[in-house]
Design a protein around this ligand. Structure first.
Ligand code: ADP
Length: 484
């Protein structure tokens, strides 16, 4: 992989603890899901390394918390500049280890970097408050302080952005961090850490523990007394384990978990816009995002027309290796992922769903699944309840608004929902009734560093990005001053 980079020294294969690149007792292989070829062997760190990293993070934080906001801001800004300077190299690493097409990978680097830029700016806007006093000889105030050492566990679907969303606000707030990236995509994480080093971010503030024994590392990160906050993006199943473990030490948690996003298309919608919106939010990253459309709910009167238009667009996808410029759809992350998608599709088809296009794994090397559109979905199919992390659009039909809202809310998840309609009162009515953390109205490209990203119900708690995202990394301290 190194020979594909302008700056080959961005390929890092060791862990980072206290500013030192460290080996593990063993190594693990990182593979390219488009070709199934090995890319690199990375140090396999474990529980003891995590322990050391937390101790180093605590030490580093003692100094960092008293660095001025302006200085913190300019270090983060320098990191942002370096990430953007190396956008192509970072995107190359990402396409190689994760599979997303190169243009999407470049997009993720810019998106991920935007969180560093944003929190570099927000670092200078952490305010306290003077409160009304209860007696005339007192003054009451609150200040915001760093929450402490943060542990972050991140997934493979956005190998860079899911990290910057956590590391940048942590550093801006005065915290330090120990990061365990997904074992499928450690190279992006390590390159990012290398650039942080080059930016002059002090040793020990960002520690990276690549490893395959996630449970053992997670155990340390959720039980070490010096860790004060655990932030996680991944499955609801693992999120629940981490919350349980963190509860024992009353650690704060932020959880970005699974989704089951509905897209509601009403008969008064602009159909072409709705199709374009679904296409963008369903097939991006081969359907492997937590805000991907999981259930497409279309009003009966426009059902056939919608299916026709969507299927026509989906037939234009070119499946293949993300480095090929003509390719518009990449692979899934593993063979296991292909199997799980296929199982959900087979379940639906077995129960009566129709296949408009796709519906099976693609032939040849690599972990590819054909971009798929399914019709005549019903509530008894697993696709109605479970997140399909793949390029499969299950299209349901509904009669009226009340039924559509009930269907949309009929899930334990509550991350993102989308509505296509031109009726302004319906926009308000439906948006307010949806039990979701985020609602896109006539728009599916909803995420940016300036908005609070997060879910309700079993999709998690806490928000990332925006001014709200910083609060999660601070504690409010009340100071009562008497005898004034
Ligand atoms: P995904 O389906 O995206 O792989 P996971 O929740 O399995 O979702 O993985 C997200 C992150 O959680 C990865 O970094 C993975 O290594 C880590 N992880 C998986 N199991 C555990 C666990 N028991 N404790 C801590 N981290 C875990």
């Amino acid at each position: 992989i190194a020979e594909m980079l302008r700056d080959p020294s961005l390929v890092k294969t060791k862990g980072l603890i206290n500013g030192q690149w460290v080996e593990g007792l063993t190594t693990f292989e990182v593979e390219n899901p488009s070709t199934t070829q090995p890319l690199a062997r990375v140090a396999n760190l474990g529980a003891e390394d995590a322990q050391r990293a937390v101790d180093a993070a605590q030490q580093a934080m003692e100094q960092w918390r008293s660095v001025t906001a302006k200085e913190k801001s300019s270090l983060l800004r320098r990191w942002f500049d370096l990430v953007m300077e190396h956008q192509d190299d970072l995107a190359t690493l990402m396409t190689a280890e994760q599979g997303k097409v190169f243009s999407e990978a470049r997009g993720e680097v810019a998106y991920g970097a935007s969180y560093i830029e944003w929190f570099a700016e927000e670092a200078k806007r952490i305010y306290g408050d003077i409160l009304p006093a209860t007696t005339s000889d007192r003054r009451s105030l609150v200040i915001r302080q760093p929450v402490g050492v943060v542990a972050a566990i991140t997934p493979w679907n956005f190998p860079l952005a899911m990290i910057t969303r956590k590391v940048a606000p942590a550093l801006a707030a005065g915290c330090s961090i120990v990061l365990k990236p997904a074992a499928e995509t450690p190279l992006s994480a390590l390159a990012l850490a290398e650039l942080a080093q080059r930016a002059g971010i002090p040793d020990g503030l960002i520690n990276v523990i690549p490893g395959t024994d996630a449970a053992a590392i997670g155990q340390v990160l959720t039980s070490h007394p010096l860790v004060k906050k655990v932030t996680f993006t991944g499955s609801t199943r693992v999120g629940k384990i981490l919350m349980e473990q963190s509860a024992r030490g009353v650690k704060r948690t932020s959880m970005e978990l699974g989704g089951n996003a509905p897209v509601m298309v009403f008969e008064d919608a602009d159909l072409d816009k709705a199709v374009a919106g679904v296409l963008a939010v369903k097939y991006r990253n081969a359907g492997q995002t937590c805000i991907c459309a999981n259930r497409i709910l279309v009003q009966q009167s426009i059902y056939e027309r919608f299916l026709e238009k969507l299927t026509a667009k989906v037939s234009e996808f070119v499946l293949g290796d993300g480095f090929d410029a003509s390719v518009t759809a990449g692979p899934l992350i593993t063979g296991q992922a292909v199997n799980s998608v296929d199982t959900l599709v087979k379940d639906a088809v077995g129960k009566g769903a129709g296949v408009c296009i796709g519906g099976k794994p693609a032939n040849g090397k690599g972990y590819f699944y054909e971009p798929t559109v399914l019709r005549d979905l019903t509530a008894d199919m697993r696709l109605a309840k479970e997140e399909v992390f793949g390029p499969v659009a299950p299209v349901f039909s509904f009669e009226n608004e009340a039924e559509a809202v009930a269907m949309a809310n009929d899930t334990e998840f509550g991350l993102a929902a989308y509505v296509f309609t031109k009726d302004p009162s319906r926009i308000w009515r439906v948006s307010e009734r949806l039990e979701y953390g985020m609602v896109g109205v006539n728009e599916t490209g909803i995420s940016s560093e300036m908005i609070p990203f997060g879910g309700v119900k079993e999709s998690g708690q806490g928000r990332e990005g925006s001014k709200y995202g910083l609060e999660d990394y601070t504690e409010l301290k009340y100071i009562c001053m008497g005898d004034i």
